[in-house]
Design a protein around this ligand. Structure first.
Ligand SMILES: [Mg+2]
Length: 118
């Protein structure tokens, strides 16, 4: 079973973005949130194309540079997490603490809290 520490993934996402110049340009919090929305939209488009079939979760295509690029629903969700990790480290947002706090709080909430349909 794959075992990784969340802090290591956060640091790696930040480092890769930094090495590729994304921290050298002015990006607002709103810009970064919009990019997260973009990854969710890409995940939805992948789903619209092939659903959650195993072959549509992770598949490979050649990119413009001739590299083999992973695509698919799972990959777009991974892109979202990568963006969230980079955003949080870049803006000193304590995401690991917030995750622990919110997950504990969610355990206290009533069954189907809020009365929503979904
Ligand atoms: Mg993407």
């Amino acid at each position: 079973m794959l075992s990784v520490k969340l802090i290591d993934l956060i640091n790696e996402a930040y480092k890769t973005a930094d090495e590729h110049g994304w921290h050298s340009i002015n990006r607002t919090f709103g810009d970064l949130i919009a990019l997260c929305h973009g990854e969710l939209s890409e995940a939805l488009e992948e789903y619209r194309d092939g659903g959650l079939n195993k072959d549509n979760l992770i598949y490979y295509k050649n990119d413009k540079e001739g590299n083999i690029k992973p695509e698919g629903v799972a990959v777009e969700i991974a892109d979202l997490l990568i963006r969230v990790f980079d955003l949080c480290k870049d803006m000193d947002i304590p995401i690991i603490d917030a995750l622990k706090i919110k997950m504990e709080y969610n355990k206290l909430r009533p069954y189907l809290h809020g009365g929503k349909k979904i």
